[in-house]
Design a protein around this ligand. Sequence first.
Ligand SMILES: *[C@@H]1O[C@H](CO)[C@@H](O)[C@H](O)[C@H]1NC(C)=O
Ligand SMILES: *[C@@H]1O[C@H](CO)[C@@H](O)[C@H](O)[C@H]1NC(C)=O
Ligand SMILES: *[C@@H]1O[C@H](CO)[C@@H](O)[C@H](O)[C@H]1NC(C)=O
Ligand SMILES: *[C@@H]1O[C@H](CO)[C@@H](O)[C@H](O)[C@H]1NC(C)=O
Length: 321
Amino acid sequence: MTASSASRKAPARCQERPLPSRCFFGIILVALVFLLFTYSDACDPPPTFEAMQLIGKPKPYYEVGEQVKYECKPAYFYIPPLAMYTVCDLNHTWLPVTDDGCFRLTCSVIKDPANGRAVPANGTWEWGYQLHFSCNEGYYLIGKQILYCELKGLRPKWSDKPPRCEKILCSPPAKIKNGKYTFSDIEIFEYLEAVTYSCDPAPGPDEYSLVGESLLYCAGSGVWSSAPPECKVVKCPFPVLKNGRQISGFGKKFSYKAMVMFECIEGFYLNGSDTVVCDGNSTWQPPIPECLKVLTPSSTKLSTSSVSGLVTSCLHFPKLL
Ligand SMILES: *[C@@H]1O[C@H](CO)[C@@H](O)[C@H](O)[C@H]1NC(C)=O
Ligand SMILES: *[C@@H]1O[C@H](CO)[C@@H](O)[C@H](O)[C@H]1NC(C)=O
Ligand SMILES: *[C@@H]1O[C@H](CO)[C@@H](O)[C@H](O)[C@H]1NC(C)=O
Ligand SMILES: *[C@@H]1O[C@H](CO)[C@@H](O)[C@H](O)[C@H]1NC(C)=O
């Protein structure tokens, strides 16, 4: 207890002759010792907050009944009526106080861009939050889609300049060999404007097939809905199925998208698809199936066959049973 009483005099000396650096350690020591031995006489340092700070310097301890005042931190501003002070209470705790009266400063309001929208994504223009931009149908964004309201020094500022919404336009789609498209005299296409490709008449006996999409539309800035089609001669080989037969799609020539169906003859079964289509590369898709021999003696046949048949079956295929 001697330590306590001895150091209790320290603060008095400091106040008489203020020597900041030496006093600092003295104050810390006093505070610790004081808190240990005379806790019941004082309050802890008052609570700290994100949005507000103590007015004046904090002290190592506070007496019961002592009042401390707060102010909003520099990047915040106060909106009444919440109290901005607290008191060291009789039971040595601080009366409840909150920083809910301090609000973050806001960035300047940015209006909707022409042909678009600016939406405070977090429902506020305060610093620390985001502003999201979008463009109306048929327009696209030039610049940053998201701006951040940030503190630059103590002032809230936008992270970038607001973006613009520009009209979506396409330059003409690609020309193709052996074909053409509609509106080929137009130099600028607007959003969703479309062209239709067609193939030229073929010089030889086989027609050109249009492989791919015939209709393309301007789907984005300088972007067409798909690659242009090809105009080419498509000729799939004559479909031959061993131990099977074609049952539909008969013809002399099998051009683009020709469809053929098959079945197998008695005693064979189909492995693969029974329907194939001639694709743009002059190949059948999926590949032509196979007819495989039916091997297993079925159990129904066994049960209805004669005793001798059963015997021979068993002798012939002992492993399969
Ligand atoms: C005493 O302190 C507690 C918190 O520890 C607080 O809830 C209570 O209201 C205080 N009582 C009085 C009478 O101040
Ligand atoms: C603000 O909103 C955006 C988009 O909804 C979200 O990703 C982000 O986490 C939010 N920011 C804060 C600080 O809540
Ligand atoms: C059936 O066809 C598939 C694909 O071509 C092949 O992997 C499989 O081995 C065939 N089955 C028989 C029993 O030949
Ligand atoms: C088939 O044609 C498409 C274009 O239509 C091409 O991308 C693909 O590589 C071709 N495949 C083969 C196997 O030739």
